[in-house]
Design a protein around this ligand. Structure first.
Ligand code: FES
Length: 126
């Protein structure tokens, strides 16, 4: 059985932007909102050279990495052709305007990547 945890309100995420969810271990998870109020969550790490995807620009169901402009599909975390690679996708549920993530995924997925040692933090799980 899946367990969900409320992370924030959809309105807490800027349209065409992202907030970051910190984890006890591993890198932050970036939670994105597009112009249709769809919400997506992927590891805040570009599969190219580790750029912070949470600082990219959202368009449609993709985000453009702020470092070298690779386009990552937020539905599956994979880079659009001609580039190749994927970042970890996390399950998201939006219910009554609240964004939910799965604590089990936050605690277990993509822990092999080391968090950056500098940079601002934003969203903390409630
Ligand atoms: S680090 Fe994201 S495109 Fe290079």
């Amino acid at each position: 059985m899946s367990e969900w945890k409320i992370i924030c309100r959809v309105d807490d995420i800027p349209v065409l932007g992202a907030r970051r969810v910190t984890r006890t271990k591993g890198m932050d998870v970036a939670v994105f909102r597009n112009d249709q109020d769809e919400v997506f969550a992927v590891l805040d790490r570009c599969p190219h050279k580790g750029g912070p995807l949470s600082q990219g620009i959202v368009f449609g169901t993709s985000v453009a990495c702020p470092l070298h402009n690779w386009n990552i599909d937020l539905k599956d975390g994979c880079v659009r052709e001609p580039d190749v690679g994927c970042t970890q996708k996390f399950s998201v549920k939006v219910e009554d305007g609240s964004v939910h993530l799965m604590p089990e995924e936050l605690a277990t997925l993509a822990l092999e990547f080391v968090p950056p040692t500098a940079g601002p933090k934003t969203v903390q799980p409630a």
